[in-house]
Design a protein around this ligand. Structure first.
Ligand code: GLP
Length: 240
């Protein structure tokens, strides 16, 4: 595991974007695994700027997002579908047909999960998977206790995750209780993983995930077993 400590959120965001750009320059047909949440927003903003300066093109890139809510319409501003279009897709040349997003409104969620795994396999696997970390150590929506062997599945969200992700939704009641997410084994099968975390609220869980025992009680601890994982933290998240 390679650990980089950025002095602040801006530096974390530029470093993360640089890594994505290097990946796409080396392999213009790269398959990117993308994450949502507050953490990667600065990275997306940097990618959009690089694209606007004609430094990079995403026209051949394929993208697979980690997760989305079950039952939240795709047009809801709080869906990860909308987040991704706002933050990245609509501002770059990623082709709509190269964008893969789990559909939490699909009629048959089991088929949705199975098909997603098949699509990832068909494109030859994910080259670079970006992940954030939940305050309880979750990756995607793989909550504590999720099997390390899990493939894309429908997850039940914990109360704390629902509260942390309330976003623009008016009340906790509106936050979906389930999500559809890549499994931990799906995430681990990416050739490279980039974990991003900023802010003091993540310090404690990062210590457990990066230096504690590898246990399903802390889903992100599985990253210790990945052969090519880079972690970028800002100074606040890195703590002492
Ligand atoms: C959500 C997402 C995760 C993300 C986490 C942390 O639960 N499903 O993929 O890593 O939130 O979000 P934030 O970056 O806002 O702290």
């Amino acid at each position: 595991m390679k650990l980089l400590i950025a002095k602040d959120y801006d530096e974390l965001s530029t470093r993360a974007a640089t890594l994505v750009i290097e990946t796409v320059k080396q392999r213009p047909v790269a398959v990117l695994g993308l994450a949502t949440g507050a953490t990667p927003l600065g990275m997306y903003a940097n990618l959009v700027q690089s694209y606007a300066r004609l430094e990079i093109s995403f026209t051949q890139v394929r993208t697979f997002n980690l997760d989305d809510y079950v039952g939240l319409p795709r047009l809801s501003p709080d869906s990860f579908y909308q987040y991704m279009h706002r933050a990245f897709f609509s501002q770059t040349d990623v082709r709509p047909e190269n964008i893969y997003l789990l559909d939490g409104t699909a009629h048959n969620l089991t088929d949705e999960c199975v098909n997603y795994e098949r699509y990832i396999e068909e494109v030859g696997g994910i080259d670079l998977q970006i992940v954030g970390i939940g305050r309880d150590g979750h990756l995607g929506f793989c909550e504590p206790g999720t099997s390390f062997e899990s493939k894309t599945f429908v997850a039940k969200l914990t109360e704390s995750t629902r509260q942390a992700n309330a976003g623009g939704l008016q009340s906790l009641d509106e936050v979906p209780k389930r999500a559809i997410t890549m499994g931990l084994s799906t995430i681990m099968s990416a050739r490279k993983i980039l974990l991003l975390a900023n802010g003091q609220a993540k310090t404690d869980i990062l210590r457990q995930a990066l230096y504690g025992p590898v246990t399903e009680a802390v889903p992100a601890s599985i990253l210790q077993r990945h052969p090519d994982c880079t972690v970028i933290l800002d100074a606040l998240a890195a703590g002492e």
